[in-house]
Design a protein around this ligand. Structure first.
Ligand SMILES: *[C@@H]1O[C@H](CO)[C@@H](O)[C@H](O)[C@H]1NC(C)=O
Ligand SMILES: *[C@@H]1O[C@H](CO)[C@@H](O)[C@H](O)[C@H]1NC(C)=O
Ligand SMILES: *[C@@H]1O[C@H](CO)[C@@H](O)[C@H](O)[C@H]1NC(C)=O
Ligand SMILES: CC(=O)N[C@H]1CO[C@H](CO)[C@@H](O)[C@@H]1O
Ligand SMILES: [Ca+2]
Ligand SMILES: [Ca+2]
Length: 580
């Protein structure tokens, strides 16, 4: 045996690492948490959450095992879309605090070893952004920062350039009196789209990334990237109509046309590669842990995969995996679950890391979409699958949607439309204030009013109470984070399968280490399985390491592998009694 081979063998024996030797980067098994700052914690009693509020509860993130948090925007904004309409990309909105407050938050997060990820909203700016104002005034530097068009004349009447529709209803083109042209807005008319075909715009956005890297952020979550590019104008400067979909008979409705020219243009992933290079350049000069990009795109899965990178360029480390959000509902059975999870593995390029998302500020809460009896199920699933998990604030305590009257509704996606059907369009129900305690306004604010109502169930569903209840959603979440630290859950192989229509199993194994099996009973039947019939090479006995309030077994109880029983809606994690 040569010395070198001997060294490798002893190293392997010594540290017990798996044969693929590469050390993992911090984010690869991270547990991320999305904070919606308006609703997390209010520090000054105005009823709106803010940065000092977030700073004050960072120890809570530590308590629940969070590695990093991405925060929805808190940048300068007229708040036509609650901060997704940014008027200054390098300034904090006074509603959320000051740049000094931001810096304090970063410092505190670093002390606690929690990574801070900023929401980067490149698809548009606010119409109150200085760049837009100058563009409208045809300032030579900014003239082409946005997508402008004179429109067309039909019978002498000026019409928008084409039939493109905004996500928030109505034409995607807005007439601008001063410039005497239309500008493109894929969202609200107060959110003009940038012209990413202009190199100056790309450089301006690159500088925004550099600015925040200098401020110490650990990465960015890129909002709605699939809207970045539109099809190029033809020789006459015109943009083609999108084909009518046949799904809606209202030409103002976003579903009226098929979006083949306004989303998912081939250039878009390359924009993300360019941004990743900026992060790498920064790391090369300043060192420190890897900076990350999370990419939000609601695209078909084969397109999503392009955001990981190509053969020569890296893209985002975490293109959000929305398979479960988009394709599962209340009635989905275990085969659907298995299929949605395995699809990601099938499509993911080798060497990349999977990620799992089940909720965010744009979707109904898990307990409302899938039923309160499945809240633990999803937390258990997300935290025992390999790769990174992303939890929307409040899901760890099992918050559910809050019904909000039309009068109290504030989400533009609902308010820009007629009243009929607003409940279906409004994203407010999943954005209500975080429930910290059973005191007034759930401990969210010391003020009298809150920007959205507090959930009626806050006296039962809150952090303080759940800390004291052994099998609360919160404590189950915390127990999961402890389990996640084991070598098998960090590095193990994964097998996901439906045992029948009702029960999903996730097996994690790692060489000669303990094997873990997550069993999720999605429905309300009692189920019994001989796990030997479903998985090879299992030892004769397993131990319960995680139970829920549906369980009749206790933690530490043993079960023969040949006969594992699940109660209705019971989700558990089992650990092999011996190393296999
Ligand atoms: C098994 O896991 C333990 C910790 O749970 C770890 O110390 C050990 O190195 C692992 N062994 C192998 C063979 O992976
Ligand atoms: C953004 O705000 C900063 C700080 O107030 C200011 O220096 C900068 O010029 C502003 N940028 C734009 C584009 O308005
Ligand atoms: C990958 O993307 C980079 C950056 O956009 C580009 O220059 C390169 O040609 C692409 N490589 C392949 C193999 O497509
Ligand atoms: C997916 C999506 O629509 N993301 C964001 C894009 O921008 C709009 C408008 O600002 C936001 O409302 C969305 O949340
Ligand atoms: Ca406040
Ligand atoms: Ca765009």
């Amino acid at each position: 045996m040569t010395t070198r081979a001997f060294l490798v063998v002893t190293l392997l024996a010594f540290c017990g690492c798996s044969l693929t030797f590469a050390a993992k980067s911090w984010w690869e098994t991270a547990s991320f948490y999305q904070i919606y700052p308006r609703s997390f914690k209010d520090s000054d009693g105005d009823g709106v959450g803010d940065l000092n509020g977030v700073t004050s509860v960072l120890p809570y993130l530590k308590e629940i095992g969070i590695t990093g948090t991405w925060l929805s925007p808190f940048l300068k904004s007229p708040m036509a879309d609650f901060g997704y309409d940014i008027s200054n990309f390098t300034d904090v909105d006074p509603l959320f605090g000051t740049m000094e407050d931001f810096e304090r938050m970063v410092t505190k997060a670093k002390e606690l070893d929690i990574k801070i990820i900023l929401d980067f909203v490149p698809n548009h700016s606010s119409d109150e952004c200085e760049w837009f104002i100058k563009s409208a005034a045809r300032d030579p530097v900014y003239k082409d920062y946005y997508v402008w068009h004179p429109g067309k004349l039909v019978d002498g009447i000026r019409q928008p350039p084409n039939n493109w529709v905004s996500v928030f209803y109505g034409s995607a083109w807005q007439w601008h009196e001063e410039r005497q042209e239309y500008y493109l807005h894929q969202f609200d008319k107060k959110q003009p789209d940038f012209n990413f075909r202009n190199p100056a715009v790309r450089e301006a956005m690159n500088n925004v990334l550099r600015f925040w890297l200098e401020k110490g952020v650990d990465g960015f979550r890129i909002d709605a990237i699939y809207h970045a590019f539109e099809i190029e104008a033809d020789e006459d400067g015109n943009y083609a109509d999108e084909p009518v979909s046949g799904w809606s008979d209202d030409p103002q409705d976003y579903g009226y046309v098929r979006h083949i020219y306004t989303v998912d243009q081939w250039e878009t992933p390359h924009l993300v590669y360019e941004w990743r290079q900026i992060l790498k350049d920064y790391e090369a000069i300043h060192g420190g842990d890897e900076r990350i990009l999370m990419v939000e795109t609601w695209s078909p899965i084969d397109i999503v995969m392009h955001y990981y990178g190509n053969e020569t360029a890296d893209g985002g480390q975490i293109p959000f995996n929305f398979q479960m959000i988009s394709n599962l509902d209340y009635n989905s059975n275990a085969h659907h679950y298995a299929e949605m999870i395995n699809r990601w593995f099938q499509y993911m390029p080798t060497g990349r890391t999977p990620n799992w998302v089940i909720g965010n500020h744009d979707k109904n809460r898990v307990g409302t979409r899938f039923g309160a009896e499945r809240i633990d199920l999803f937390n258990i699933l997300l935290l025992t699958l390999p790769g990174c998990s992303i939890t929307y604030n409040g899901e760890e305590i099992g918050m559910t949607d809050v019904w909000i009257s039309w009068e109290e509704t504030v989400d533009p996606q609902a308010c820009n439309n007629e009243q009929e059907g607003y409940e279906w369009r409004s994203r407010d129900p999943a954005r209500t204030p975080h429930q910290w305690s059973d005191t007034a306004n759930a401990g969210f604010t010391t003020g009298r009013n809150t920007w959205l109502p507090i959930a009626e169930d806050y006296k039962l569903v809150n952090v303080k109470r759940e800390r004291g209840v052994a099998l609360s959603h919160l404590n189950i979440f915390k127990n999961l984070q402890e389990l996640r630290k084991t070598a098998t859950l960090q590095d193990g192989e994964t097998e996901v399968k439906a045992l029948n229509d009702y029960v999903l199993a996730v097996k994690r194994s790692l060489g000669e280490n303990y094997t873990y099996i997550t069993l999720l009973n999605i429905f309300d039947h009692i189920e019994n399985f001989n796990l030997h019939e479903h998985f090879a090479d299992l030892p004769a006995e397993f131990e319960y390491v995680l139970i829920t309030d549906r369980s009749i077994k206790r933690k530490g109880d043993k079960t023969p592998t040949s006969s594992v029983t699940l109660m209705p809606h019971e989700s558990i994690v089992l650990k092999s009694s011996v190393r296999v």
